[in-house]
Design a protein around this ligand. Sequence first.
Ligand SMILES: NC(=O)c1ccc[n+]([C@@H]2O[C@H](COP(=O)([O-])OP(=O)(O)OC[C@H]3O[C@@H](n4cnc5c(N)ncnc54)[C@H](OP(=O)(O)O)[C@@H]3O)[C@@H](O)[C@H]2O)c1
Length: 346
Amino acid sequence: MTQMKTHSNEGEQRPGEHKEDTHMRAMVYHTYGSPDVLKLEEVQKPVPQDDEVLVQVHAASVNAGDWHLLRAKPFLMRLMGYGLLKPKHTILGSDIAGWVEAVGRNITQFQSGDEVFGNTAKYGFGGFAEYVSVPEEALVLKPTTLSFEEAAAVPQAALTALQGLRDKGHIQKGQKVLIHGASGGIGTFAVQLAKSFGAEVTAVCSTRNLDIVRSIGADHVIDYTQEDFTRNGQRYDLILAVNGYHSISDYKRALNPEGTYVTTGGSNAQMFQTMLLGPLVSRTGRQKMGNSAHKPNQRDLIFMKELLEASKVKPVIDRRFPLGDVADAIRYLEAGHAQGKVVITV
Ligand SMILES: NC(=O)c1ccc[n+]([C@@H]2O[C@H](COP(=O)([O-])OP(=O)(O)OC[C@H]3O[C@@H](n4cnc5c(N)ncnc54)[C@H](OP(=O)(O)O)[C@@H]3O)[C@@H](O)[C@H]2O)c1
């Protein structure tokens, strides 16, 4: 567990004001590096602006983006506004769930006491903390059927899966859909979402995860340690490579003549090939191949809330870590073998 450091000069306390009114605990980093650079510190509690909602965070979840930002990898991130020499946003964590503590004067959708969940990525992150203040577009009322931990597991992973299948993949009822990397944060949402769109779903994972992907509705499972799905003669209408480790020609071979391949992540080689050659394949033949990057937005979060409340999708949580152990949670996710989502309890 990380030791807490106090910034005595940050956010001066006024007479009659208690320290807990003005300060909060947060997992902070001031230099790029390994998870060791993360420290639990006492920092100033955010004050909501007129168009902001102050959320008391009950749970957050960890995404690959957190360790990319922590390490500034790929290097290009430094040129994309995240801070050239040191991080611009010192508190990571995009997915949150909690209570509305206060609202700015222009807020119309929420009031104090509401239970909400959302994605702070477009608004400077800040989820690995006791409080975060964000515009109301970042938030949606928490599904009544979910715990805070379950709700915090949803935003980024579910929207990546949803947008990959629906917006890039144009998924249709009755299609044969294969999810590669089906047992992780995004994959467990992708399997359930593809089922909810009426597809026949094949999930690819390793031996220890076969039961998990069956339990969330996969019609067929392929153990990648025993069988190479790109060489077994089966063809799919849509392949979503959540964690893709094959070459683009392997994926092309496993597609129907008019099939679509979408990747959200995986090996650098596979991502790079898709970026470079995908547009060429898509333009010159009937198959479509391309990347999908998730776009946080309130409309899709509401779409997910409805599916979650209808019990068509249920978050799969692997491990929970307390706020002080965010570094361990990131190390665990970075190892690449999470079974569902990794959640932080605040
Ligand atoms: N496009 C976007 O906007 C976006 C957004 C978020 C994340 N991402 C990227 O999407 C990818 C997946 O993210 P995630 O959060 O789902 O990751 P994750 O939770 O860390 O994925 C872990 C899962 O991947 C499986 N896996 C590892 N190697 C595999 C292989 N060779 N074949 C099949 N499955 C394998 C693991 O299963 P085993 O233990 O059985 O191997 C584990 O269950 C990452 O590359 C991430 O950077 C993209």
